[in-house]
Design a protein around this ligand. Structure first.
Ligand SMILES: C[S@@+](CC[C@H](N)C(=O)[O-])C[C@H]1O[C@@H](n2cnc3c(N)ncnc32)[C@H](O)[C@@H]1O
Length: 231
């Protein structure tokens, strides 16, 4: 068995998604069901939303940022991503919003590792970023730098399947009709994802063990909770 087929070890992907073909395939894919499900889940846990200022880390073409500003009328959202092509798609999509909604949405290009961000956010969300990071502590260390005390945190991602059989079942079930590029990316993402146990250790190392790690549906994990004043 070669290393890429051994699911006891993750196989990292390139961090940024800025290849033209990859961006187009991602932007064309219909993630609306899972994106809405995530925002519905946030709304169940925080019915009033995540406060006035939310940041969406690794926002890509804006899938979650766009839904957040449409769901909660008072929220201002900043989406940050290191890939300029992703942000170009996000900005195009923003043009379709009503001005009073669009005005509450901004994009910033930057990588988490070296982008200075203020500690001003009442909510921090991220969808499908964690598995891209070569060092997951980059994300966990960013949270206290961004979030005010009691800031709501929702970090959602795939979780790595336990073995090849489950991996193939997930691909057959959730990417059967996807384009070849997207199918390849989906498999790579599943192999690059973390397990719940790995994320729990990461949170302990970052002093964030008070955040919950929830195993959700057949393929997701969600880290949720609020930041304490010290982190
Ligand atoms: C799979 S996409 C998810 C996009 C979006 N969050 C969504 O819900 O569809 C992951 C995104 O994270 C971005 N990314 C990966 N590593 C990053 C980093 N270190 N800093 C900023 N963005 C990063 C990639 O460029 C890509 O756009």
């Amino acid at each position: 068995m070669d290393a890429s087929a051994d699911l006891s070890v993750r196989v990292p992907e390139p961090e940024l998604m800025n290849e033209e073909q990859q961006v187009q395939a991602y932007a064309a894919a219909d993630f609306s069901q899972s994106d809405h499900a995530l925002v519905d889940w946030i709304a169940q846990r925080w019915p009033q939303g995540l406060g006035p200022r939310v940041i969406d880390l690794g926002c890509g073409p804006g899938n979650i940022s766009l839904l957040l500003v449409q769901r909660w009328r008072e929220v201002n959202v900043v989406g940050i991503d290191g890939a300029p092509r992703m942000l170009a798609v996000a900005a195009e999509r923003q043009n379709d919003l009503e001005p009073q909604v669009s005005d509450r949405l901004n994009w910033e290009q930057g990588c988490l590792q070296n982008h200075a961000l203020g500690r001003i956010y009442s909510g921090i969300v991220s969808n499908s970023l964690l598995h891209h990071l070569h060092d997951p502590q980059v994300l966990w260390n960013t949270l206290p730098q961004l979030g005010l005390a009691d800031a709501a945190v929702v970090i959602h991602d795939l979780r790595r399947p336990e073995d090849e059989r489950v991996l193939q079942e997930l691909i057959d079930c959730h990417a059967a009709d996807a384009s070849p590029v997207l199918k390849r990316d989906y498999e790579a993402s599943l192999r690059a994802a973390f397990t719940v146990a790995e994320v729990e250790i990461q949170l302990q190392q970052a002093g964030l063990e008070h955040l919950e790690v929830l195993e959700r549906e057949d393929r997701y994990l969600t880290v949720a909770g609020v930041l304490r004043s010290s982190g």
